[in-house]
Design a protein around this ligand. Structure first.
Ligand SMILES: [Fe+2]
Length: 293
């Protein structure tokens, strides 16, 4: 039994031989690897269109991601990227406790361009479905459509998807995953020997209950369970390098991505955001520093 589990983890993400196969694998398992022989912006864009085929509603031109884009996890000479789902969707309003603008791309593609010259900065993924299944059902149910305040904004961590009830939209940002601990975030997230712990502190915590919540303590207990479970899943997740032309295709509603520490400032990759016919909403504009393809 244990052996089967280990094999399954080590095969995640599976490798595809064509973009269409990568899409099928990603729909099923949450992510896939695909190797490109040429990996300039045009080749990556071409592959991205092939990847989603007729399900595609909108996509961005590949965005060049260099070290300056990863400021959140910058510590001394190391750059870390706490795991997260990509999003430009901002929750706009406290009005009536309503939450709007679920515009996260449901699929993203990352392609290695220039790797870290020391071979560091491995990418890792965490399956949020697995993280959800590890927590008590009582909290799991509560997380659906429960509002929280995250860094001053009203948000949700988990959103039902009206287009497909199996394709739940999870919204985990780097800030949330950095809020385990003020002192030793890196240890807690990256050291697999240490079980990560996010403890709610009503004064200093990045995450707070919604001011409209009827059960704020239960809300924070649910968040605590969920975040600690995500950190555990990520700590056991397979690490892989995005070498030049190596792409990972990701179901961004289901899977977080993050990067181990690296220090080479010339490290870069291509990022493509895609909205399929199962995405919740397409944003009205491409967002800062981004363009529609
Ligand atoms: Fe990202």
């Amino acid at each position: 039994m244990l052996l089967i589990v280990i094999i399954q983890i080590s095969l995640f993400p599976k490798t595809a031989s064509t973009p269409r196969e990568a899409f099928d694998i990603t729909k099923r398992y949450g992510a896939a690897l695909l190797k490109l022989h040429s990996y300039d912006s045009e080749s990556v864009l071409y592959m991205a269109r092939e990847f989603m085929g007729p399900s595609l509603l909108a996509l961005h031109k590949p965005k060049y991601i260099g070290s300056e884009d990863n400021v959140v996890g910058r510590e001394e000479s190391n750059i870390i990227v706490p795991h997260h789902c990509d999003s430009i969707g901002e929750y706009k309003s406290y009005v009536n406790d309503s939450v709007y603008v679920e515009e996260a791309p449901d699929y993203i593609i990352l392609c290695g361009n220039n790797p870290d010259s020391y071979g560091s900065g491995e990418t890792f993924l965490a399956d949020l479905r697995v993280a959800m299944d590890r927590i008590p059902h009582y909290y799991k149910r509560h997380l659906y459509d429960m509002n929280i305040v995250n860094n001053g904004k009203l948000e949700r961590l988990v959103i039902s998807n009206p287009k497909n009830s199996d394709h739940t939209c999870h919204r985990i940002n780097q800030g949330i995953m950095s809020s385990f601990s003020k002192n030793s975030t890196i240890d807690l997230i990256y050291n697999t020997e240490v079980l990560p712990k996010w403890k709610y502190d009503s004064k200093s915590s990045y995450i707070q209950p919604s001011p409209y919540s009827k059960c704020p303590l239960k809300d924070m207990n649910a968040v605590e369970e969920y975040i600690n479970s995500i950190a555990y899943v990520s700590s056991t997740s397979h690490r892989f390098l995005l070498t030049p032309g190596m792409c990972v295709t990701i179901d961004n509603f289901r899977i977080t991505h993050g990067r181990e520490p690296f220090s080479d400032l010339t490290r870069s990759l291509w990022q493509v955001w895609l909205w399929s016919n199962e995405s919740i909403n397409i944003p009205s504009n491409a967002g800062e520093g981004r363009a529609w393809a």
